[in-house]
Design a protein around this ligand. Structure first.
Ligand SMILES: Cc1cc2nc3c(=O)[nH]c(=O)nc-3n(C[C@H](O)[C@H](O)[C@H](O)COP(=O)(O)O)c2cc1C
Length: 195
């Protein structure tokens, strides 16, 4: 077995918009991922509004698919817009669905967060709300580096490619840190199980 096994990361964009800067940022992250990393992505567009009665009748297939993708992933990367100083309802709704017992799939997963906005905040406030949500989900959130993409319209070309070199470098650094963080947590888990 290789001493550094490949990692599967699940990328989630909190925007459903075709021309989304955040989905474009996730594409850039996939392109810039370090060697040995394979990305899958989640599609939140078919997740229904959370309704306990619907859940009681059976977990909807798009929710089951999302839960399985989270469970299979070694780590998560959530790329979120900021809506009214918080995470978009679409993202929170998907998290709420996926978080229901049994086998809450977020628990113990490493998480990195980034986000892009047109304004100067760069999704800072939304990211800190997501960190708070991740505490209850019992995730291991990467502290640094943080990636707040400000003035997004100037940093992507007409095809949605991230062209700004400084931002590309920041994205790459966050992914490298996520990989290191994930491997460290796994090594710790293995050591703990071995004793
Ligand atoms: C309902 C709504 C609320 C928003 N609130 C904020 C906000 O609080 N802070 C911010 O920087 N941008 C805000 N925006 C602007 C978004 O940053 C902008 O629409 C961004 O492009 C959304 O991400 P996307 O391109 O990935 O869809 C808001 C947009 C919408 C639709």
């Amino acid at each position: 077995m290789s001493p550094t096994p490949d990692l599967t990361l699940l990328g989630i964009s909190g925007s459903l918009r075709r021309g989304s800067f955040n989905t474009a940022l996730l594409r850039a992250a996939i392109e810039l991922a370090p060697e040995g990393v394979t990305f899958t992505t989640a599609d939140l567009s078919a997740i229904p509004p959370y309704d306990e009665d619907v859940r009681a009748a059976g977990v909807p297939p798009p929710v089951a698919t999302l839960r399985e993708a989270i469970a299979r992933a070694d780590a998560l990367l959530v790329v979120t817009p900021e809506y009214n100083y918080s995470v978009p309802g679409v993202l929170k709704n998907a998290i709420d669905w996926a978080s229901r017992p049994p086998d809450q799939p977020f628990a113990g997963k490493p998480l990195a967060i980034m986000g892009a906005s047109g304004g100067m905040g760069g999704t800072m406030r939304a990211q800190y709300h997501l960190r708070q949500i991740a505490v209850f989900l019992d995730m291991h959130v990467l502290n640094k580096p943080e990636v707040f993409v400000r003035g997004a319209a100037q940093l992507f070309d007409a095809e949605g490619r991230l062209t700004d070199e400084a931002t590309r470098k920041a994205v790459r650094q966050e992914l490298e840190a996520l990989v290191t963080w994930t491997r460290r947590l796994r090594a710790h888990a293995h050591a703990t199980h071995a004793t």
